[in-house]
Structures are given as structure tokens and as C-alpha cells.
Design a protein around this ligand. Structure first.
Ligand SMILES: NC(=O)c1ccc[n+]([C@@H]2O[C@H](COP(=O)([O-])OP(=O)(O)OC[C@H]3O[C@@H](n4cnc5c(N)ncnc54)[C@H](O)[C@@H]3O)[C@@H](O)[C@H]2O)c1
Length: 232
């Protein structure tokens, strides 16, 4: 079976109603990154950060996977599919994908806020809220969302890098490719790999000739891609 790696970003979840990051009406137009998505923000105002992610989690729990997430899951019938996502939502899993690596964390999980802890340990979150005064790790520190903030390391990066290095097919869906280091993954694919880029703004993205651009929304683009793969 050929190995097909999907690399997804906020755009794949847009049709489920989750706001993206950089589109003109995106989430981050309404919040300053430095106020809600950095270790400094947590140190300065953990209540605001916790409230921001509690609201994100609540919204995500009430959304459903869309046709694009489902199409990615269906690809498992014909390919060895590995999903690498920048998204903190769990819509790939809920659509049925079995191998999902979250580069920027998973909002349904929490971890210790102790910055000196030398290992990562995740705690499932019951319901939609984390409470600074009630939810603690084993060592007694408040739990924080399992989200990689700006300025933090990306612990899953090495695994993602290895995963793309022997891909036969590589499908990028709904990402502006502006958040590093993870956007650098597109440079790790092997020479024989056939690559596709599904995004309404695909035409504006400068990419190597290895990429076939599909300038459509995620659901339309995935339908188109499946037809292309079936015709080969
Ligand atoms: N759903 C989520 O979990 C979520 C949502 C917002 C932001 N984020 C985080 O913010 C970071 C943002 O980087 P990014 O590149 O993923 O997002 P981004 O906001 O920088 O880019 C979004 C991309 O999606 C495209 N897009 C918009 N609507 C689309 C649609 N219907 N179908 C397909 N593509 C569409 C845009 O053209 C754009 O290229 C990520 O690291 C992620 O962790 C996650």
C-alpha cells in the first residue's frame, strides 16, 4: 500500500464552522496572540488564557467533522494514511482517521503548567472547561491546555519529519504555511513523492513544481483529489 501523508491546517475545519487564523474574519483578528497564546500571556494573566481556550474548546465540541475530514478518513481504504495536523481540534479523529499526529496540541487534553517538568503527560478534559482553582496535575500545578504556544518547542516535530520523509503521496490541505517550524515539513518530502495543495488561495502560494495546486475549498478539493487519484 502506498503511504499517503495529509498535512492539514485551520482551513480544513473552516467548513465545520471553526474560525481560521489569518483569514480576514479569522479568530486572531479579535485577539492579540501575545495576550492569549504565549507562555508570557499565561504568566501574566492565566485567567484570560484559560477563558480563551475554554471558549475554543466549547465551540469545537459543538462542531462536526465536514466532508473534507471524512474524505481523508475514507482514503484509508486505498492508502496507508498518516494525518499530520496543525489543528488543535479533534475533527480528524471524529471523522474516523486512525493515525493522527497533532503538531500544535489537542484542545481536548490538558497538561501541567510547571514549566520545568522534563516530560509531557496529558490529562483528558471532562466537559469543556479547565478551572484554574480546581484542575491540577499530579504535582499540584494548575492544568493548562495541551496547546503549543508561540515561542514554545514543537515536541512532535521530529516524528512528523520522519513520517513525511518516506511518503509516496503528500496532500496539504487548508494551511497558509506561515507558522514555522511546522511549515518547513513541505521541504522534507522525497523527490519521487507526488504532492498536492488544496486551498482556495493555492494559486497565490509559491511552491515547488512537485506540487499540483487545487484552488478549492477543502471539501470540494478533496472530492476533486479523490477523482484524480482514482483516474490514475
Ligand atoms: N481548527 C483549529 O484547530 C485551528 C483553528 C485556527 C487556528 N489554529 C492554529 O493556528 C495555526 C494557523 O496556521 P494554519 O496555516 O493552519 O492556518 P491559517 O489561518 O494561517 O491559514 C488558513 C488557510 O486555510 C485556507 N482556507 C480558508 N478557508 C478554507 C476552506 N474552506 N477550505 C480549505 N482551506 C481554507 C486559507 O486560504 C489559508 O491558507 C495552526 O498552527 C493551528 O494550530 C487551529
Amino acid at each position: 500500500m502506498q503511504k499517503l501523508v495529509v498535512f492539514s491546517g485551520a482551513g480544513i475545519s473552516a467548513e465545520s464552522g471553526i474560525e481560521t487564523f489569518r483569514d480576514s474574519d479569522g479568530l486572531w483578528e479579535k485577539h492579540r496572540i501575545e495576550d492569549v497564546a504565549t507562555p508570557e500571556a499565561w504568566a501574566k494573566n492565566p485567567e484570560l488564557v484559560q477563558a480563551f481556550y475554554n471558549a475554543r474548546r466549547k465551540a469545537i465540541i459543538h462542531t462536526e467533522p465536514n466532508a473534507a475530514h471524512k474524505a481523508v478518513a475514507v482514503l484509508e481504504r486505498d492508502f496507508d494514511v498518516h494525518v499530520i495536523t496543525q489543528n488543535i481540534d479533534d475533527l480528524h479523529e471524529r471523522a474516523g482517521s486512525s493515525k493522527v499526529l497533532h503538531l500544535h496540541g489537542n484542545i481536548r487534553l490538558a497538561k501541567s503548567s510547571n514549566p520545568y517538568l522534563d516530560h509531557e503527560e496529558y490529562y483528558p478534559i471532562e466537559g469543556d472547561r479547565l478551572d484554574l482553582n480546581k484542575d491540577f496535575c499530579k504535582e499540584g500545578f494548575p492544568l493548562r491546555p495541551h496547546v503549543v504556544w508561540f515561542g514554545e518547542n514543537v515536541p512532535a516535530y521530529d516524528e512528523a519529519q520522519k513520517c513525511v520523509q518516506d511518503a509516496d503521496l503528500f496532500v496539504v490541505i487548508g494551511t497558509s504555511l506561515q507558522v514555522y517550524p511546522v511549515a518547513g515539513l513541505i521541504h522534507e518530502i522525497p523527490l519521487h513523492c507526488q504532492a498536492y495543495y488544496v486551498d482556495p488561495k493555492a494559486a497565490q502560494q509559491s511552491l515547488s513544481t512537485q506540487f499540483f495546486k487545487i484552488p478549492m475549498t477543502a471539501s470540494q478539493g478533496m472530492q476533486h483529489l479523490i477523482q484524480l487519484l482514482q483516474s490514475k
